[in-house]
Write a protein that binds this ligand. Structure first.
Ligand SMILES: Cc1ncc(COP(=O)(O)O)c(C=O)c1O
Length: 392
């Protein structure tokens, strides 16, 4: 307690009264299908480590080897003296994987979205963004100071109405997540690309969750929707299916040079450690060399999805390993998360402002490393909870 606390307490009390208050929970083990929390072994159903690479021996060894060679910190921003061979090699590997001319890495997806959107747009421009875009996308739009219009989620007709009504601007951006993080559904990328073309706009896709998961080769939502050749650049993150940390933008060489020179979240921040880049190179190799991981992920997804549906639980229109069980009320969602915890399942309640009011949910995420026993235990836990309270 100190004399300044009264400045902050009212806000905390308000959040608490709404059941919106959050706090960090300390997980006492590595990110894996089974974790240790408060000394208990639990099944983790909340990570984005879709392919099980976050704790993979080859990925960890690549980081350890790079630490031995390059140390921990890069010591400066990328453009000063913070670019070491793994940074360069990762960008080459990402560009090759995506069949793009070039790639640029950022310290996180949040930073990539702020940098990308504020470089692309300014006060003389307009951005049309899907209502369910990630917070970092919305913050990037705001930072750009462009006019911002929100279209109904995945509603191409609404977007087109807004496009027709837009004022004369220098540049029009259509912005969407590829795979929506809290609903698990795919954006209508083919229709969005068509509209971008028709109205001379730029389509900006955040494929944080699609990367490594969607598409026949795991190249992401653009691959899944068959629009890789139609979208000139896009971003994705490295902290989800690739199991490491950071983000990338892929596009033409000119576009990447433009970002290197304009994206403030690239220019004015210390370079991520070379070890992280080395680990990501190893993860990217595994992703490409072991398609089986993706096959296991999708098989697991199907088992859990079908089981939840059979129970009559209300899910979003998910098309991915993100399986959100809609509860609605914040307090009830917290109660279900607690009941799951008591049954050995770690899957926190997702509440506003992360999701719209009244749509609080248990967001289950499946990974390639979950076993059939893990998934059965999750289904049993839900069955048990349903026996004592109504969730539908
Ligand atoms: C759609 C989306 N974009 C961006 C981010 C931010 O990425 P990062 O965690 O690397 O900052 C996330 C999640 O964290 C996300 O779900």
């Amino acid at each position: 307690m100190n004399e300044f606390d009264p400045l902050f307490e009212p806000e905390l009390s308000r959040l608490d009264a709404q059941h919106w208050l959050r706090q960090c929970r300390v997980i006492e083990s590595a990110c894996a299908p089974e974790i240790v929390y408060q000394g208990r072994r639990l099944i983790l159903m909340a990570s984005n480590d879709y392919l099980g690479l976050a704790n993979h021996p080859a990925v960890k060894e690549a980081a350890a080897q790079a630490i031995r060679q390059y140390g921990i910190g890069a010591g400066a921003a990328r453009l000063i003296s913070g670019t070491q061979p793994p940074h360069h090699d990762l960008e080459v590997a990402l560009a090759k994987w995506k069949d793009a001319e070039a790639a640029l890495c950022f310290g996180s997806g949040y930073l990539a979205n702020l940098g990308l959107l504020s470089s692309l747009a300014g006060p003389q421009d307009i951005i049309l963004a899907d209502r369910l875009c990630h917070a970092s996308v919305i913050d990037g739009c705001r930072l750009s100071r462009a006019r911002l219009r929100i279209f109904h989620h995945a509603d191409v007709d609404h977007l087109e109405r807004l496009l027709k009504r837009r004022p004369a601007v220098r540049r029009t951006l259509i912005v969407t997540d590829g795979l929506f993080s809290m609903d698990g559904d795919l954006a209508p990328l083919s229709a969005l690309a068509r509209l971008a073309n028709q109205y001379e706009g730029l389509l900006v896709v955040d494929d944080a969750h699609g990367t490594g998961v969607m598409g026949a080769h795991g190249r992401g939502s653009l691959e899944a929707c068959g629009v890789e050749a139609d979208v000139p650049f896009h971003m994705g993150t490295l902290g989800k299916a690739l199991g490491t940390s950071g983000a990338y933008v892929v596009g033409s060489e000119t576009f990447v040079r433009f970002l290197v020179n304009t994206a403030r979240t690239f220019l004015f921040t210390t370079s991520p450690p070379a070890a992280m880049a080395a680990a990501t190179i190893a993860a990217l190799e595994l992703l490409q060399r072991e398609p089986d991981r993706r096959a296991r992920l999708w098989a697991n997804r199907e088992v859990l999805f079908q089981g939840l549906i059979r129970m009559g639980l209300r899910l979003t229109a998910t098309a991915s390993p993100i399986l959100p069980v809609i509860i609605g009320d914040e307090a009830l969602a917290l109660g279900v998360a607690q009941a799951l915890l008591e049954r050995g399942i770690y899957a926190p309640a997702i509440r506003p402002p992360t999701v719209p009011k009244g749509s609080s949910r248990i967001r289950l995420t499946v990974t390639a490393e979950h076993t059939r026993e893990h998934l059965d235990q999750v289904l049993h836990a839900f069955q048990d909870i349903l026996a004592s309270r109504s969730l539908t």
